[in-house]
Design a binder for this molecule. Structure first.
Ligand code: FEO
Length: 395
C-alpha cells in the first residue's frame, strides 16, 4: 500500500498484512488478514501517529518517503506499546534524528521494557495538547482499551479521532474507507474484533465513550490502527460499541461441545431442537472442529450458552477445557449458562465445567444433565425438554 492522503495534509502510511491468519499468539484467527495503520501529519511540525509491526518497517519507511524525508519528522505519537504498532520504532528512530516520542507514562515504561532504548520521550496526559502549526493534537489517555498504556489522539481542526486499537478491525483491504467496502464484512470484522479483544473491558469502554461524549468534541472521522477508516458514518461504530459494551443480547443460545464417540453430540442436537422449537436462535459448535474466534463472536450477542463434554478421566475433554478457559476470561456477566454430557462408568465433565466457570460472572440457569453411555429415546426426550426449559428462562 502506498501513502494515501485521507485529509488535506494527513496521510495514511501504514501497511496491509494480507497473509496473517493468527493474531495475539494464536488466540485470534484473522481470516481476512489485517492492516497496521499509521498516519503522517504535515504541518509546520511533522508528526507520525503510531508505526507498524516490525517486519513491515521498510514498507512504512517507503510510504513515508513518498511524502517527506524521514529526517523531517518532529514527533512520533505512540498511542500504544503493543508490538504491532511500535515494532517499527527500532528501524524508524535512527532515521529520524530530531524525533521525540510522545505517549503516556505507561507507554514510556512499556516501550523501554520492549526495546531497551533511551529514546527522547515526552509523557503526555489527558487534555494536554501539541501544537503542530495550523493543527493541534489533543491527547486522551485510555488505559485498558486495551493495555494500560493505551491513548487516543484527537485533531480538532479535522474532527479526527485516532484511537489506535479501539474501533479497529482485522480486515485486509486495498480500500481505506468504510464507504468503499462491503458493509456486512466490515461490521462482521468489527464485531469479531470487539468480541475477541475487548469484550471483558466493556465497563471501561462505556465509561471512556461517555467521557469523550462529555468533552463535546465533534468526530467526523475515526482512523483506527487496524482496518478501514470510518468517514461515512463514524457514529455507527460508536453506537455498536455502546451496544456491545452494555452487554445487549438477543434470544440466542450458543451450544459448544466436544464429544468422544458421538453421544454428547446427540445430546447437543436434541437440546438445540428443544431451543429452536421455542423460537430461539441457536448456534451449535463442535469445538474440536470449529474456529474459536467465530464461536466467541457468536457468543457476544447471545443471552445463553450451553457447554457439553463427554467425561474422560473424570474430567472434560481437552478442547472444551481450553475453550472454557477463554470463556472464563471473557467474564460473561449475566449470561445464562448450563452444561450437559455423556459418561461411561463415572461422571465428572459436567461438574468440572461448572467449576471452571463458577466465578466467571455467568448465571447457572438450570442444573446440568448427563447420561450414561449413549442416551436412549427417553433420555434424548429429556435433552429436548432441557432445551425447552432453558429457552423459557431467556424470555
Ligand atoms: Fe493492535 Fe493492542 O495492538
Amino acid at each position: 500500500m502506498s501513502a494515501i492522503e485521507i485529509l488535506p495534509g494527513i496521510y495514511s502510511v501504514g501497511v496491509v498484512d494480507w497473509k496473517i491468519r493468527n493474531f495475539h499468539g494464536h488466540t485470534y484467527t484473522t481470516k481476512r488478514g489485517s492492516t497496521y495503520n499509521a498516519y503522517l501529519i504535515i504541518d509546520d511540525k511533522i508528526a507520525l501517529i503510531d508505526t507498524v509491526y516490525g517486519p513491515f518497517s521498510q514498507e512504512l519507511i517507503n510510504n513515508i518517503k513518498e511524502v517527506i524525508p524521514l529526517e523531517k519528522i518532529d514527533y512520533i505519537i505512540a498511542n500504544h506499546v503493543e508490538t504491532d504498532h511500535s515494532g517499527a520504532l527500532l528501524k524508524i528512530m535512527p532515521l529520524c534524528p530530531k524525533a521525540k516520542i510522545l505517549g503516556t507514562a505507561k507507554c514510556k515504561e512499556g516501550l523501554y521494557r520492549h526495546y531497551y532504548k533511551d529514546w527522547d520521550f515526552q509523557i503526555v496526559k489527558t487534555g494536554e495538547e501539541l501544537k503542530l502549526g495550523r493543527r493541534t493534537l489533543k491527547f486522551i489517555e485510555a488505559p485498558m482499551i486495551h493495555w494500560p498504556d493505551s491513548m487516543f489522539t484527537y485533531c480538532p481542526q479535522d474532527s479526527l479521532l485516532m484511537p489506535n486499537d479501539a474501533f479497529g478491525q482485522h480486515f485486509a483491504t486495498s480500500e481505506r474507507f468504510d464507504d468503499q467496502v462491503d458493509q456486512s464484512a466490515l461490521m462482521e470484522e468489527a464485531e469479531t474484533y470487539y468480541a475477541n479483544i475487548l469484550w471483558p473491558l466493556g465497563p471501561v469502554i462505556l465509561k471512556k465513550i461517555q467521557e469523550v461524549q462529555k468533552l463535546n468534541i465533534p468526530i467526523k472521522m475515526i482512523a483506527p490502527s487496524h482496518g478501514i477508516i470510518w468517514r461515512k458514518d463514524p457514529g455507527k461504530i460508536i453506537e455498536a460499541y455502546i451496544s456491545w459494551a452494555s452487554g445487549n443480547t438477543k434470544n440466542k443460545v450458543v451450544i459448544v461441545y466436544e464429544t468422544m464417540w458421538g453421544a454428547t453430540a446427540k445430546m447437543a442436537a436434541k437440546i438445540a431442537q428443544g431451543l429452536s422449537g421455542q423460537g430461539i436462535e441457536v448456534k451449535l459448535y463442535d469445538i474440536a472442529q470449529s474456529d474459536r474466534t467465530e464461536v466467541i463472536t457468536q457468543m457476544l450477542t447471545a443471552k445463553g450458552f450451553l457447554f457439553g463434554s463427554s467425561t474422560h478421566d473424570n474430567d472434560m475433554l481437552p478442547n472444551i477445557a481450553a475453550f472454557l478457559e477463554i470463556v472464563k476470561g471473557l467474564k460473561p456477566k449475566g449470561r445464562l449458562i448450563s452444561f450437559f454430557g455423556s459418561f461411561g462408568w463415572a461422571g465428572g465433565a459436567v461438574s468440572e465445567m461448572q467449576e471452571v466457570l463458577k466465578d466467571s460472572g455467568a448465571d447457572f440457569a438450570i442444573p446440568g444433565i448427563s447420561f450414561k453411555y449413549v442416551p436412549d429415546q427417553v433420555e434424548l426426550e429429556s435433552c429436548f425438554e432441557f432445551g425447552g426449559k432453558f429457552s423459557k428462562l431467556l424470555k
